[in-house]
Design a protein around this ligand. Structure first.
Ligand code: DQA
Length: 146
């Protein structure tokens, strides 16, 4: 049976096409889902893709991933920069967690230069648009030794 990866997306990513074009281009949330599904399919993974604007819901999903030892690919969006509660939930994961960003936060406003997640993630991929998700699936394959 295919290994399942949980792909979590944080706040405002469901409205990506209405956000700053200079950072997100014309990418839509549907594009993210399709890209992840195709990349996962190509490498033989099953994916469970979710998006929430609610910090508590994301924490509950991370608890589920921890309980089920599910690997996680995670774009925490703005929570990246300040949510210690989400960081604490990531620490409890039992399988790898790859942090992903569409844009490169280090080339943007100062407050985006801090990630409270990076230090507890297996690794971070940022700045490659939809390819950030493709690269994350690929990196997860390496981490899981598949
Ligand atoms: C983002 C970068 C964050 O700084 C921002 O708050 C987002 C999206 C990205 O994918 O580039 O919502 O995580």
């Amino acid at each position: 049976m295919a290994v399942q990866i949980m792909v979590l997306n944080g706040p405002n990513l469901n409205r990506l096409d209405l956000r700053e074009k200079s950072f997100y281009g014309d990418i839509t949330y549907d594009d993210i889902c399709r890209t992840v599904e195709n990349a996962a399919h190509d490498l033989g993974f099953a994916v469970d893709i979710r998006q929430s604007n609610d910090e508590a819901e994301i924490i509950d999903w991370l608890h589920q991933a921890a309980d089920n030892k599910t690997p996680v690919i995670f774009n925490p969006a703005a929570f990246t920069h300040y949510s210690y509660a989400i960081r604490d939930a990531v620490v409890m994961l039992k399988a790898p967690c790859i942090e992903v960003h569409i844009s490169n936060p280090l080339s943007r406003e100062e407050f985006r230069h801090t990630s409270v997640i990076s230090g507890v993630a297996s690794g971070t991929i940022a700045g490659f648009g939809l390819d950030s998700y493709r690269l994350a699936i690929r990196a997860m394959q390496g981490l899981l030794g598949n």
